[in-house]
Design a protein around this ligand. Structure first.
Ligand code: CS2
Length: 483
């Protein structure tokens, strides 16, 4: 952590900020908590909390209680700052904004009773999540994995949940027991059909608890709208802390950096008591699926391709990978010729313009987005970002030669990390280390080791000869495939 020369960012010190830094346009003391958010990391703080910060200037009912599931979180950084932090928009224009929408920061490890108290308050109308794909504890089938250690623990200890699914299920159970209407449960993660997956997971937990009445109540009363969220938000590092401190004149130990692009598409099913998120730039629609499919397959699919192929080519950031003409050209062709045909689209969604905007965003020189960050959790990301597109292409009889490349590149990356002794940042890290360390660089020997991972590869796809041969060819000749 840089040795701060500046005074700390606090409510009291806001007047010491340099001119041009935006500050909350409302009295924070007059706001009330209306949202509980599980997983208050950088993306949530630069995205959803930004929208809410704008909303609080006209409606004080929607302050956020951040609920950290696992330490170490952000308590040490944010609590001394009165939960204020700065979002640095690093793009064609550089802008700094102090966000004040988080009013409370609680930790599951020590504040369980206070979190449950919030979850059972009538004025808390939304419970939202950014817990990443792995946080939903889903099996390869897309259903709740009852063997997942956290789910098994939560079933045995419902009052001390470890998983977000456990927290939300028990929170709903306690609300129902108090005779309260349920909160709206909103996933803000890159999961295709995130609202459906969230609902299935919570229903699966309620049924596994043997509480049929609770399951019936959830099924009949709780809204789980689907959403699409988008803003490129590289992880916070010391360089950013220094940059922000030098720019604004106060030290913020928990800043967030992101591009200026911000999008939140929400299924128009929030109910009558929800905040007016449409008034602050969110898009309410009955066709979220088209937007989330396009975003997860085009942007995130290209991101993961750049991550694995880029790291194998020696690049470290998205910008560097995009400066590699072969790789950038390959990704653009894959987006236009292989991913776009798999998309349903919807009125107002112009794929060519959308692709060009994504490629421009990837080239943003003001942001350094590390490929290792994107490469994390590959076992959880690949199914949504690439494998679904491949399955659709096979069904439609379209070629998958290019789409096989990110799969082969991920496998090659896993093998390289295993053989180098570097631990993967992935919930299946141990399994993947075993798989990778036993690989020899031959598809006939290596691919079966990966394709046996049913939490990553659906069985029917793993057995599909066209898939196996395309991935095998790419695996043994990756470099040749980038043309
Ligand atoms: C990235 C995403 O880290 C990753 O996997 O692909 O976080 C990406 O930056 C966001 O989805 C953009 O909205």
């Amino acid at each position: 952590m840089p040795s701060p020369k500046q005074a700390r960012l606090t409510q009291q010190n806001l007047g010491a900020l340099r001119p041009g830094v935006s500050v909350p346009a409302y009295d924070r003391g007059a706001t009330e908590v209306g949202v509980v958010h599980f997983g208050p990391g950088a993306f949530h703080r630069g995205h959803q909390a930004w929208y809410i910060d704008t909303l609080l200037a006209r409606d004080p009912r929607w302050a956020i209680c951040g609920a950290e599931l696992r330490p170490p979180g952000l308590a040490a950084a944010l609590i001394p700052q009165d939960l204020l932090y700065i979002v640095a928009e690093l793009d064609a224009q550089i802008r700094f904004r102090v966000i004040g929408s988080m009013k409370e920061y609680l930790m599951a490890s020590q504040d369980a009773d206070r979190i449950f108290a919030r979850l059972t308050q009538p004025q808390v109308k939304l419970v939202t999540l950014t817990i990443t794909e792995k946080g939903y504890c889903l099996a390869g089938s897309g259903e709740l994995d009852l063997q997942h250690p956290d789910i098994a623990y939560d079933l045995a200890h419902p009052a001390e949940p470890k998983s977000a699914i456990g927290w939300v299920t028990e929170g709903l159970a306690r609300r129902r027991a108090k005779g309260l209407a349920p909160f709206v449960a909103i996933s803000c993660d890159n999961v295709v059909g995130n609202g459906h997956k969230f609902r299935n997971a919570v229903l699966g937990m309620a049924k596994a608890r043997g509480d049929k009445d609770l399951a019936a109540w959830i099924a009949g009363e709780v809204r789980f709208p689907c959403t699409m969220v988008d803003s490129i938000t590289p992880a916070t590092d010391d360089a950013l802390k220094q940059k922000v401190a030098d720019a604004v004149g106060l030290y913020d130990d928990g800043p967030v950096q992101r591009e200026s692009f911000l999008q939140w598409v929400i299924e128009d099913n929030l109910g009558p008591d929800a905040p007016d998120l449409g008034s602050v730039g969110a898009s309410l629609t009955n066709d979220v699926e088209a937007y989330e499919q396009a975003k997860i397959r085009l942007l995130n699919g290209a991101h993961s391709t750049l991550a694995y192929a880029g790291l194998l080519a020696g690049h470290t950031s998205v910008g560097e990978a995009m400066d590699d003409a072969r790789l950038a050209g390959f990704v653009a062709r894959m987006m236009r010729e292989d991913i776009t045909p798999s998309l349903r689209g919807t009125r107002g969604l112009d794929f060519e313009a959308y692709i060009n905007a994504i490629l421009r965003r990837f080239r943003n020189p003001a942001l350094t987005h590390r490929l290792y960050q994107i490469a994390s959790d590959g076992s959880q990301k690949l199914p949504y970002r690439i494998l679904g597109t491949i399955a659709d292409a096979l069904t439609a009889g379209r070629p998958i030669r290019r789409l096989a490349v990110p799969v082969a590149a991920w496998m090659t990356f896993v093998v390289r990390e295993a053989k180098s002794g570097r631990a993967l940042n992935d919930p299946l890290a141990k399994v993947l280390a075993d798989v990778g360390s036993g690989c020899v660089g031959k598809a006939s020997i290596d691919l079966p080791r990966f394709l046996a991972l049913t939490d990553v590869f659906p069985t029917d796809l793993a057995k599909e000869p066209k898939f196996v041969s395309a991935v095998g060819a790419a695996y043994e000749g990756l470099d040749a495939f980038l043309d």
